[in-house]
Write a protein that binds this ligand. Sequence first.
Ligand code: GDD
Ligand code: MN
Length: 396
Amino acid sequence: MKQQNVAVIVIPTYNEADNIGRMIEYLNSKTFPNIIAKKGDLTEAWNMKILVVDGNSPDGTGKVVEKEAKKYNNTFLLTETSKDGIGAAYLKGFKYAIDKLDADFVFEFDGDFQHPPETIPLMLKAMEEGYDYVIGSRKVKGGSNPKGWGFKRVFFSEFGGFVARFILFFPFKNFFKVTDPTTGLKVTRVKGFIDKMDLDWTGDRLLTKSFGYKLQLLFETLKMGAKFKEVPLQFHVRNAGESKIEAKTAKDIFRVAILLRWFDDFTQKFLKFGTVGFVGYLVNAIFLNVFSKSWSIEWLAWLLSTELAIVSNFTLNNIWTFKKQSISGPVALIGKFFQFNLSSAGALLIQTVVGSLGVKYLGVSRQLLLPFIIVFLVLPYNWFMYNTFIWKNKKK
Ligand code: GDD
Ligand code: MN
């Protein structure tokens, strides 16, 4: 077994010649010695490395890093053929860090002193506590935006962050837990997370090679079940040089957020479930109309049309919504269909009880009550029953 955990600080750079030399010096002479001396509650002996992924910067950033790499044997340079987006640079860096540098943890870190190196030991501490994914947040107590930011800048950052949070996670727990989805400072455990991730930066694996990749990795890592924590980030102003964020970046990030949520398995399943439910309603209504016109037995028209809706719901959910958990074979199908009828009877009961009590004691109109009962009681009930009893995940 390895004695020490290797943490690689991955720093993408494009035209950071005035920053990167100082950054490497600072990390190696000020930050790492404290970590190695286990100051600030650290208990493990960490092996700290730096990997700069340079987009072949015309300003000579690579030359500066090469010089530092000669001086420090924990410092490495990976040069891209050309500027290819910060997201692609990180995936290349992660791959190199795992294959060549033996990384157990990879940091995402900016090369322009906007991320204070002092946050690194705080994040390592959290990793020692067993977290898999720790991000620096400007929004938690102790975190902050740069002092110099005007109202407009703060507004866009706050508003953009909130929108991203909302689109990605509302109304689930991560909506409340992830306060700073667009932050650039992160550390991720390699084992079980980065090593399970597709690191191919060519092709269309990344929804964007630009800054929106942050949201994609965040979304994917949380989806993998990472134990997650935020630490305060005091986001500083840039030391020198210019930001690579362009006007179109915000739009691109927004697009990525929408795509992530829309194509998420859960969303797709829920949309299909809703569609099937609506089709079931139409089947019910249409056949109720047909049957009640053909016969004079009122209850039979209700019973048969409702059962047809149940058949429609069962069939469509089985072949479409819950395709991955789909039931096949005549015996299993009959058994499940019986179970499904029971579950539907439960929904009917909820609707009948709450509906009649509501009309009697609250004095609300039926047509107003019905949609409320459906949305807040029957839908969640069905969703729960389907997922936990009818189409539960097959054990791997
Ligand atoms: N190799 C490579 N290729 N590096 C890049 C590229 C690229 O295409 N684009 C940017 N970088 C490098 C920069 O040189 C810098 O070291 C780091 O990535 C961050 O880029 P900045 O241009 O400084 O971004 P920013 O400061 O405006 O944005 C930061 O804050 C945002 C939150 O406000 C980043 O941390 C973002 O990720 C974060 O969302
Ligand atoms: Mn920056």
